[in-house]
Ligand binder design. Structure first.
Ligand code: GDP
Ligand code: MG
Length: 687
């Protein structure tokens, strides 16, 4: 196999709103470069990229796919990513190991929420990019409208490099504004520029040339001096402008009709950077010290693990990107993150689900290896003599939680293992046990994300699970002091049972927990029985009398009682203590308490009113608003019960433009009218 050097590789991530045509474009690219012999279709579930059963079923990408192809002397690793926001962990991983992006936009829908999102990601990561206006063959496709939109959203740096010939059903080809050539059909046969397009072509060409010369003073001088610039000079200017991020070339095409793909491939090679042209950031423990290095083939190995997948047959599959040096099959490397040696077996390159064994992977390339023991996502593999830690992918934090319960006893036994393998594969999933509600909680980026996770558990690990909105860990307490007495007295056959306890209960401030005090005088209850009384109280606090929730923030004082020299025992005083406490609770005007959380919502300014209106229906207390540069940060305290599905509500209010964070704050009394509802629901559940 040919080995590709740093400057002949391109790692390109495909980004865009779900449905814009990324996967179709990837497939058309593989077909055009003859990596596949038959053009797969998303709608037929037979693309190279969306091979996972979850993806075929939903007709959308869920996982990132690596799709290498070869064009001229260039190896292009396309990384297809999902457009659905709940799978943005995969987007982040894909972006992290690529030097450039292609943002795919639908020619009919134009800029969508997902487009804005990935644009923001690219800006943040400073990633050079091209825009492809796809689906030019579709009804309602309008290139010029989309260009206007791109410019109004993202600025004048979006500059068309091509124009479509015809649109919708009559879309037939592309004018290349740089070469001033025109191409027709999927074979891109060269043709005359249609005379009726001449005015547009001239005016857009001028804008393109201006963008190209602006980055280079000598070019600019030449241009202003009225000299004709060569194709090479213009290309050089465009490349520099694109790589520096000063310009984002806009291309056009149709993935489905396979029109424009080879021009796009040419543009990738000509205008997007190679791995050697992007510095690698080191993970530094020191704050504010950002160290970087230039990728090099001659330096010792440095490779970053950016993804791990759990395969029920192959086991663990580790995806990595090589930055420095090379890595060999059947070798040993140093995991600098874990501080240990790792044995490397057979290396692969991947194309969708196809694994191709290779003996070596060199700087700039992406590959995979199975069954590593020590290594997880985020680790750097290197040589022991030259340890280095590359900055890992920063994944989005989970924002939506559900309780996961096994469907059968057999499922219960395998649940823990399946959950931990799943969260190893997907860093945007988190699992924990809620001690208060005794539920296993799985958290992720949204409802669909968790549904897919549940399906994966069944398909990959044979574990059947259901998902439910988590229970709210309500508590109970009293609001006024109360005294209660209980005498446990039984005469059965031989010797009897006797324990007699008087308790005083007092409410404590929120967050205090429970306390127990002994104020017995004169041995009314002998000292050795007092711990039994306390045990009884501790048992009774587990379940209050209102709705069987744990009791908190109460001080129980045993202040009197009596005993029997023969019939009294530990167990009798325990029973008396517990019963006295229960009686006391019912006399202390008991109430339900609910957890209150701090909610922080970040939304574009325009949504502020809608957010507040919604919060008002959720018993929220708005604490503050911080408008900043077009966005607004709204802080509120809200009962947890009202925001268990806030991720979903926020998405529907803002069409996905908002973000939020929830943090536990404290417990408060549940309003009376809601208490009754909770009690009734709880009773219905118990029976
Ligand atoms: N008419 C038309 N449909 C397209 C084109 N590209 C993709 N599609 C369709 O758009 C839908 C979504 O495509 P897909 O590639 O899955 O989009 P992704 O979510 O960005 O990967 C599918 O039904 C495709 O057949 C195109 O160029 N023209
Ligand atoms: Mg897709």
């Amino acid at each position: 196999m040919q080995e590709y050097s740093l400057d002949s590789i391109r790692n390109i991530v495909l980004l865009g709103h779900g449905g814009a045509g990324k996967t179709s474009l990837a497939e058309a690219t593989l077909f055009t470069t003859k990596a596949v012999t038959r053009l797969g279709k998303v709608d037929e579930g037979n693309t190279t990229s969306d091979y996972d059963p979850d993806e075929i079923k939903r007709r959308m990408s869920i996982n990132l796919s690596i799709l290498p192809c070869y064009w001229g002397n260039t190896k292009i690793n396309l990384v297809d990513t999902p457009g659905y926001p709940e799978f943005s962990g995969e987007v982040k991983a894909g972006m992290h190991v690529c030097e450039a992006a292609i943002i795919v936009v639908c020619a009919a829908s134009g800029v969508e929420v997902g487009t804005e999102q990935v644009w923001a990601y690219c800006e943040e990561a400073n990633l050079p990019r091209l825009i492809l206006v796809n689906k030019m063959d579709r009804e309602n496709a309008d290139f010029y409208r989309v260009v206007e939109q791109l410019r109004s959203y993202f600025g004048m740096k979006c500059v068309p490099m091509q124009l479509p010939i015809g649109a919708q059903a009559s879309f037939q080809g592309i004018v290349d504004l740089l070469a001033m050539k025109s191409y027709i059909g999927s074979s891109l046969k060269e043709a005359e520029i249609p005379p009726e397009m001449q005015d547009e072509v001239n005016s857009f060409r001028e804008k393109l040339v201006e963008a190209a010369v602006e980055v280079d003073d000598t070019l600019l001088e030449k241009y202003l001096g009225g000299e004709e610039l060569t194709l090479e000079e213009l290309s050089r200017g465009l490349r520099e402008a694109t790589i520096s991020g000063k310009m984002v070339p806009v291309l056009v095409g149709s993935a489905l009709q396979n029109i424009g793909v080879s021009l796009l491939l040419g543009a990738i090679g000509s205008y997007l950077p190679s791995p050697g042209e992007r510095d690698v950031v080191i993970a530094s423990d020191l704050p504010d010290v950002e160290q970087t290095f230039k990728p090099s083939e001659d330096a010792p190995l440095a490779a970053l693990v950016f993804r791990t997948s759990a395969d029920p047959y192959v086991g663990k599959l580790t995806y990595f990107r090589v930055y420095n040096g090379s890595i060999d099959s059947n070798s040993q490397v140093w995991n600098a993150t874990r501080g240990g040696a790792e044995r490397i077996g057979q290396l692969f390159t991947l194309r969708g689900k196809t694994q191709e064994p290779v003996s070596r992977l060199r700087a700039g390339d992406i590959g995979a290896v199975a069954k590593l023991s020590l290594t997880s996502t985020g680790d750097t593999l290197c040589s022991q003599g030259n340890p280095v830690k590359i900055a890992p992918v920063v994944f989005p934090e989970p924002i939506f939680s559900e309780a996961v319960y096994p469907k059968t006893k057999a499922d219960l036994d395998k649940l823990g293992a399946a959950l931990s393998r799943l969260s190893e594969e997907d860093p945007t999933l988190a699992v924990h046990r809620d001690a208060d509600t005794n539920e296993t909680i799985i958290s992720g980026l949204g409802e669909t994300h968790l549904e897919v996770a549940a399906e994966k558990m069944l398909r990959k690990f044979g574990v059947g699970v259901g998902l439910e909105i988590p229970s709210v860990p309500y508590k109970e307490t009293i609001t006024v002091p109360a005294k209660a007495e209980y005498k446990h007295k039984k005469q059965t056959g031989g010797h009897g049972q006797y324990g007699h306890v008087l308790l005083a209960l007092e409410p404590l401030p929120r967050g205090n927990g429970n306390e127990f005090a002994d104020r017995i005088v004169g041995g009314a209850i002998p000292k050795n029985y007092v711990p039994s009384v306390e045990k009884g109280v501790n048992e009774a606090v587990q379940e209050g009398g209102l709705a069987h929730y744990p009791v908190i923030d109460i001080k129980a004082t045993v202040y009197d009682g009596s005993y029997h020299p023969v019939d009294s025992s530990d167990i009798c005083f325990k029973i008396a203590g517990a019963q006295a406490f229960k009686k006391g609770l019912s006399q202390g005007q008991p109430v339900l308490l609910e957890p209150i959380v701090n909610l922080k919502v970040t939304v574009p300014q325009d949504f502020t009113g809608d957010i507040i209106a919604d919060l008002n229906t959720k018993r929220a207390r708005v604490q503050g608003m911080n408008p900043e540069g077009g966005t607004n940060v709204i802080e509120a305290q809200v009962p947890l019960a009202e925001v268990l599905r806030y991720a979903i509500d926020l998405r529907s209010i803002t069409q996905g433009r908002g973000g939020h964070k929830i943090e536990y704050s404290h417990y408060e009394e549940v309003p009376a009218h809601i208490t009754q509802k909770i009690i009734t629901e709880r009773q219905a559940k118990k029976t």
